[in-house]
Design a protein around this ligand. Structure first.
Ligand code: 2AM
Ligand code: CA
Length: 263
């Protein structure tokens, strides 16, 4: 497999898909809800996923594709080459704000991350990495993430987990909120990962993410030394949904030990 060629092809697909999404701002978009009223999908999510699948299958017929909207394969193992594709991560932002959403793609061989992409469509910023080749935003190489303690940390987290809930101990999270420098919530897991990768956030925490949300970002994160795991400290599975944290290494340990307790 010529991974440089796959890299060039993946980037060209992502850029073209981004262009289609920008053009969609001038059309009437059809919005529907999936599992609940706040879980949105649009015809654009579906059309863009189908665009990816059609093109990937025509060039790489042996590769399997896991897409959020379900037009790809039923993926039950990561043997061989697998593309994990989220055509729009942050659909609620796409619908309500027309910013802060991304295309994200991860390409894995036998479960090992080879290529990863997060494309901030509106800003035209492509975060990308090839295994062992460093991480880039457009043509600029990103440095290693370095360290920070909770007291100087900017943490990405959704405020819903600070209210009593059945998944995570919200009181411990409240201590974290009081002790860190600041929190932000952007509403796109992939972009929040890109912000940890590029040093705009020190950590990102989510109680439930799907494989296509994190697959691309995990490949890029590795290249800058940011650590991903589930909130119980294991490697996140790319076949099931997971709780998730991505953080600078020492902060990762500090947050898991002192502030995060799953129920
Ligand atoms: P999406 O827009 O592709 O669905 C904030 O809502 C982030 O969490 C987004 O990246 C969103 O991705 C993802 N997300 C929202 N609800 C989710 C769920 N029930 N399971 C997994 N990921 C979810
Ligand atoms: Ca999506």
């Amino acid at each position: 497999m010529d991974w440089n060629e796959v890299d060039r092809y993946a980037k060209s697909l992502i850029k073209e898909a981004g262009h289609k999404i920008r053009l969609s701002f001038y059309q009437r978009i059809q919005v529907e809800s999936k599992s609940n009223v706040n879980d949105l999908v649009t015809n654009i999510d579906q059309e863009i996923e189908q665009f990816f699948i059609r093109h990937i299958q025509s060039v790489y017929p042996t590769h399997q594709i896991l897409g959020e909207e379900g037009f790809g394969d039923q993926v039950t193992s990561l043997n061989g080459v697998t593309w994990l594709v989220d055509p729009i991560d942050g659909t609620t932002n796409f619908v309500h704000q027309k910013r802060n959403f991304a295309i994200t793609v991860g390409i894995y061989k036998d479960g090992i991350g080879m290529l990863g992409y997060i494309y901030d469509i509106v800003r035209d910023e492509l975060y990308a990495a090839k295994k062992g080749g460093g991480a880039f935003v457009n043509d600029e190489r990103l440095p290693q993430v370095g360290e920070s303690s909770v007291h100087t940390a900017m943490i990405g987290i959704n405020a819903r987990w600070l209210a009593p809930n059945q998944h995570i101990n919200h009181k411990k999270l409240l201590n974290m909120i009081q002790e860190c420098r600041g929190t932000r919530s952007y509403g796109s897991a992939a972009l929040e990962m890109a912000y940890v990768i590029s040093g705009k956030l020190d950590a990102y925490i989510s109680v439930r993410l799907s494989p296509w949300d994190i697959a691309g970002g995990m490949v890029i994160a590795k290249e800058v030394g940011a650590l991903p795991s589930s909130l119980s400290g294991e490697m996140p599975s790319l076949l099931t949904s997971n709780s998730f944290i991505l953080a600078r290494p020492k902060l990762h340990e500090e947050l898991l030990s002192n502030y995060i307790e799953l129920k």
